[in-house]
Design a protein around this ligand. Sequence first.
Ligand SMILES: Nc1ncnc2c1ncn2[C@@H]1O[C@H](COP(=O)(O)OP(=O)(O)OP(=O)(O)O)[C@@H](O)[C@H]1O
Ligand SMILES: Nc1ccn([C@H]2C[C@H](O)[C@@H](COP(=O)(O)O)O2)c(=O)n1
Length: 238
Amino acid sequence: MTAGAADRTVTGASDSHVQGRRLIIAVDGPSGSGKSSVCRAAARRLGAAYLDTGAMYRAATWYCLDRGVDLDDEAAVAVAVEELPLTISTDPEHQTVTVGECDVTESIREARISESVSEISTNRAARALLVAAQRRIIDQAGVVVAEGRDITTVVAPDAQVRVLLTASAEVRLARRGLQMGGGQPAEALQRQVLARDARDSTAVNFTEAADGVAVLDSSDLTFEETVDALVSRVESVR
Ligand SMILES: Nc1ncnc2c1ncn2[C@@H]1O[C@H](COP(=O)(O)OP(=O)(O)OP(=O)(O)O)[C@@H](O)[C@H]1O
Ligand SMILES: Nc1ccn([C@H]2C[C@H](O)[C@@H](COP(=O)(O)O)O2)c(=O)n1
């Protein structure tokens, strides 16, 4: 992503920046642990911006596939990510992701993207570009909840709140199944959740908490209890 592209990377940041406050809430965790849904809800409650960094990896994947880039060609992928014309909103009420003129908010969630995204996330040059873009967005945002796999460790290791959100594999598979409407073959769910985690883990560690990162295990918590636990951590440092 070029410097020019960085300027159009973000839209719809919350009013937190206007208030002149800076607070970064960094959340990592495996697939299906609840990062997106819990962080979006927490951002709403806190009046904060919300950054879904996984959506950026997904948009990069969509762009490479759209342009017919061979995902095994590391250099070609890096070139494509460098020129990626990405715009992502940080408004927790309205998540939109566009690539050029194309609204990809829905299409980046398709199974074909989930099954290819690790090819981008394990490409070092692509990661470096996306991490730099994420830092720029976080810098502009004021109060922001940013979630992904390496926010607590690489993107914003100096965040005031750093949380590893986890849940057992069994619970994560069940949640993802429910989220997708139920009835999916167990093998398809495992491919989307556990196999993807295994591939992504070769690039970054999101299964163990780094020093100073608090573990929030949501296996036995309801959704609201999990949001409450995250918001309480934020309130304790505000
Ligand atoms: N504590 C919880 N109790 C019950 N359901 C939950 C809880 N936390 C999240 N969920 C539900 O689990 C599903 C998966 O959550 P979500 O999509 O936020 O996970 P994720 O970690 O962002 O996954 P991925 O990294 O694959 O995008 C959603 O339907 C969400 O509402
Ligand atoms: N900080 C991040 C965020 C995401 N990824 C990768 C890993 C996932 O397979 C993919 C999509 O993320 P999701 O939408 O499932 O949260 O992006 C990463 O490597 N680092």
